[in-house]
Every structure is written in C-alpha cells, then in structure tokens.
Write a protein that binds this ligand. Sequence first.
Ligand code: PMP
Length: 418
Amino acid sequence: MAELSPVLKQATPVVADRGEGVYLYDTNGRRNLDFTAGIGVTSTGHCHPRVVAAAQAQIGKLIHGQYTTVMHRPMLELAEKLGAVLPPGLDSLFFVNSGSEAIEAALRLTRQATGRPNVVVFQGGFHGRTVGAASMTSSGTRFNAGFSPMMGGVHVAPFPNAYRYGWDVETATRFALRELDYLFATASVPHETAAFFIEPVLGEGGYVPANTEFFAGLRERADRHGILLVIDEVQTGFGRTGKFWGHDHFDVRPDIVVIAKGLASGFPLSGIAASTELMSKAWPGSQGGTYGGNAVSCAAALETLNVIQDEGLVENAAARGEQLLAGARLVADKTPRVGDVRGLGLMVGSEFTTADGEPDTATAQAAQKAAGERGLLMLTCGAHMNVVRMIPPLIITAEQVDEGLGIWADAVAAVTTG
Ligand code: PMP
C-alpha cells in the first residue's frame, strides 16, 4: 500500500467526506464549521447547487478543449462575464490552472512587454510555489529555502506593515516608499525594473492590508519609470474583502490583475487580465499549458460569478466581515496573547505574541488546534505561523459567524488561561 508523502502535513486531522455550504463533514460523520474555505477558494460554499449543476451539465457536453487547437463556449462566455467586473481597460484575459501558474504568466508578460529583467516584490508577499513564483515570495523561508538557486532579478522592498514595525500606518507607508526609492538607487535601477508584484492584503504573509497612500506611491513610481503594476488578487478577489477586488479599497489602477481561488468555487482555474495592447506583447507559444481554461472549470466559474451577483455575496462579505473582525477583537481583548486583530472583509487574522511582543507560534497553533477539536477549522499564516486566520465562505450567515466566534472564544480561553 502506498502512503501519502509526509510533505502533505495537514493542519487538522479531518478526512473530508462531503461539504455543504459552510460545513465540511468528515468520514466519521462529524460536522465541522469551515473557516478555511479550501484556503479562500470555496467562496460560494461547498458544493453550491447552482455551481454543481453547471459543472455537471458541462461534463456531459465537453470536458476538455485545448485552446491552442479549439476555443470552447464556456471560455468565451466566461471572458465576456469577467469583462463586466474587471477594472476598466483590462479587456484581455488568459487562463491557466493555479495561482502560481498565473503569476508565472504575469511575470513572463511583464518581461516580454518591457524587455527589462527585474521585478520588485514586497516583504511578506506570497505568490506561489513554482520556482519563479517562490523566488518572488518572502512570506516565510519554508517556501523557498533549500532548493536554490532561485530565479534571479527579484528585489524585495518593505510592505507598510505597521504592526510589525510598531509604527502607525502613515509612518510605515512613508518608510516603505522611501525604502523603495532607496532600492532604486542601490540595487534595481528603475529602467531595469519590469514590474511591481503586490497583494492588496498580504495573505500567507499574515493578513496585513496595504493602504491607499502606498498604492498611490506605487502607481506614481510605476508611471514615472514605465514599470508595470501587477496586483495579485489570487486570495483577495471575487468579493473576499467586501469589495469585488481587494484593490478596490485603495483606488488604484492595475496594469495586470492575477486571478484564481474564488473564481471557480474549487475547480482549478486561474488567469491574468491586462489591456489588449499589453497582452499582445506575449508571443504565441510563450504562454499557456495543456489544461489551461478547462471547459468544466470555466462553466463552474461562470456560474460562480452569477451566484456572487445574484446572492449579493460581496455585500454579505462586507457585513459579515465587520461582524467577524469585531468579534475576533472581543476575543483578543480577553487575553494579552493576541497582539493584533486585522483584516478586510472575510479575511481576518489574529496575531499571537508573547509578553515581549515576539511572535508566539506555540499559542497560535494551540488555539488553532483547540478550535479544530471543537469543530471549527482554521489555518495559521505569517512568517512565524503565529497568525490564526479566518476565511469562511462568502455565503456565511450572521448566526454562523456567531457560531464560529463562540468556538473561537472557547478555544482561545482554553489555551491562554489556567
Ligand atoms: N498568490 C496568492 C496571493 C496566494 O494566496 C496564493 C495561494 N495561497 C498563490 C498566489 C498561489 O496559488 P496556488 O496555490 O493556486 O498556486
């Protein structure tokens, strides 16, 4: 009998049997409230009946049609539908399967379009696990240490992570922009820089939102130096933050948006969106892959977008997100072990710290485990894995948010008192 690789270390002992809405049922028939949503993927809930029906209908018609050979109807319809929600001017789309592949596609395109070798990424950013994307990741050494040499041409600039620096947001933002200019003067001259790659909210890096001033500073430098601004919306897109795009909070114009996760309710699908002019700088053959834009995934994505719209899931994420953030703050108020609670919409992180303000990984992991034992699934994130994050499906109700918060309060009390 073969066993699964030990690298597939699970955060919880759950063996999932079936999912329904915000609940996952394990093979013992136990019901778990799922505040992970497959790492921000199943935004419409597990097995939303409309998404299931759309995928089933497509499976009976056409499963695979490779896009360098034939185009298929679900991809055309999805592109049209996405056109209505993408930022103005980003009217050209290209599909692959995972967030990492989409980041690689964006990376290639920015180098192809500018002829420049370097990219600037931001401290704590996570962009994926393929070697190019891992080279652009700085949210933890576990993602890129030990298999060097990594891809060259990547420069890391500070992110305005106010809590980490112990400053207010304005000071952290001023610092980060000044350091970016210093980087341009010392390491990566602007005319050799193809692109900035940035998440609107650091995801794996600890659930830290960026801010409007920082994005304004990036946009201004991008325009001044002919650098492309790539916004990685893999975890923050499709309503997750309470607005359709994470960057909608920050009033900024991206040159490329990278999409995945919440796009297709769990079917593998990702992509990049750019202007037609920019996208045409990639030459045929340089982008793509056998399975990119799978027909069933595209049909599921199309229905996912309909559900997000028809059920008002963006608005729900905003309202339930406020409730979740406020509730998580009340839990934190009862213990000195949680130093900061932050997030946007239904991305809420509780950062565990010691009495000296150092990362407290042990207590964070104990709290996550205690919640799991009580039927609430959650994950940790951050360089030190000391941030417990909540990313429930966007269909969550007020009662279900309260149910989760009740379990969270018990779990935190169990590991921080007595
Ligand atoms: N970018 C961001 C912001 C992500 O959160 C992730 C996944 N956590 C990725 C890229 C990589 O996506 P995937 O795991 O599908 O390759």
